[in-house]
Ligand binder design. Structure first.
Ligand SMILES: [Zn+2]
Length: 203
């Protein structure tokens, strides 16, 4: 039985570096879910929690673990905590917002990891859990791995063009969004994401 505490320490150190890169000054608690073998992580009021399956991945492919960590930190940066009841019924405009938040977290995580296309493809094809999207709607705004790779390759940096392209793509590809999200809602979401661009300057 290998002791995971060294890895947990390494993840904590990595988190401090990412926090600096993202200019996150607030305290973000980090915990590990040692009974959940899942390959993911989460961000909630309690902070970032990393699944056991993500922790142990550090032995073989540490950048997969780092991808999850960086993704959750972007949620922390923007205080993106989902309201639990909205995971049951998500209105179309909110689905679009969720899609944008997830894509932003994935794109900025890609930037933090040095924009390496091999890492991108490996992470989303071999590790990331969402494999398919229903063309009618997107459950809870979680995009399939394949679509993440497609969109992030087109816009490897999170900027105005990435926002415009993503909104266009989502409201064309997913029927429910195409039909139900109004032009005003689209423009508002676009504006809101653009307003927060200044905060994502990586240096
Ligand atoms: Zn997320």
């Amino acid at each position: 039985m290998v002791n995971n505490s060294l890895i947990e320490k390494a993840i904590e150190e990595e988190m401090q570096d990412f926090k600096k890169m993202l200019s996150i000054n607030k305290y973000v608690p980090l915990s590990f879910n040692n009974w959940q073998r899942g390959k993911s992580g989460s961000y909630s009021r309690k902070g970032i929690c990393i699944d056991l399956g993500t922790v142990t991945e550090w032995y073989e492919q540490p950048y997969r673990t780092k991808y999850v960590l960086a993704h959750e930190l972007v949620h922390a940066k923007f205080n993106e905590i989902r309201k639990p009841w909205l995971n049951i019924i998500v209105l179309p405009a909110m689905t679009l917002e969720y899609l944008m938040s997830e894509l932003r977290a994935n794109t900025i995580a890609f930037e933090l990891l040095g924009q390496d296309a091999d890492i991108l493809v490996d992470y989303f094809n071999n590790f990331y859990v969402v494999k398919f999207n229903n063309p009618f709607n997107v459950n809870n705004g979680y995009l399939s791995g394949k679509t993440n790779v497609y969109l992030i390759k087109q816009n490897p940096s999170w900027n105005e063009k990435a926002i415009e392209d993503a909104i266009d793509f989502f409201t064309k590809k997913f029927l429910l969004l195409k039909i139900c999200v109004t032009k005003n809602q689209k423009e508002k979401i676009k504006r809101d994401f653009k307003t927060l661009l200044i905060e994502t300057k990586l240096d």
